[in-house]
Design a protein around this ligand. Sequence first.
Ligand SMILES: Cc1cc2nc3c(=O)[nH]c(=O)nc-3n(C[C@H](O)[C@H](O)[C@H](O)COP(=O)(O)O)c2cc1C
Length: 206
Amino acid sequence: MNEATDHNPMQHFQQWFHEVDTSHPEEETNTMQLATIGTDEFPKSRIVLLKKFTWEGFVFFTNFESEKGKSIAHHNKVALLFNWSSANREVFISGTAEKIATNLAEGYFESRPKGSQLGAWASKQSTEISSRKVLDEQLEFFENKFKNGTIPMPEYWGGYIVKPSKMMFTQKYPTEAFSKVTSYTLRPDFIWNKNIHFNKHTNETY
Ligand SMILES: Cc1cc2nc3c(=O)[nH]c(=O)nc-3n(C[C@H](O)[C@H](O)[C@H](O)COP(=O)(O)O)c2cc1C
């Protein structure tokens, strides 16, 4: 039980993230697939960027009025998938998505480049825009509107934290016929910074 990975699933994640990030510069380490259950009851996944991970979970930012935002409001059980193919690693997480506090989201919004801030105002996610010209006009409109001060965060924009209930780490060995899979099931009363309250199971799959 010497490895950090034996203690806590989030430490396991941190270790893998760090290893991939430092040893595989070509990998977009913070890119993850977010799967939601839509208002039509069908699953849908799309790429979002992991912006922070804490003991409690995984944070991404989005437009709450997007399809994913409406899906999460309808059904807050979601799944995340990190596919670090250059390291032959995959991390699957299922859990519940909750909005983070507005002031925390504002802190992140303020740190974004001006173009991204204006983009959050100008683009209505998940809706088709009739032309590039329409989007450019919107961008210009908001650029003028906010030309004399800081750009506030739109009220329909913010962050979610995905609090895991299951985490599964898969290491594939390209020259072998098996993959090593380590799964954690977190009990509802899981306390992140204690070494208790989860079941860990490691096996090999073929
Ligand atoms: C590399 C990459 C990163 C992305 N990151 C985000 C993100 O962090 N947040 C977000 O809302 N959309 C992000 N998108 C766009 C989403 O994949 C998606 O197209 C958009 O959010 C609309 O999704 P929805 O209609 O399912 O809500 C990203 C797309 C790509 C290709």
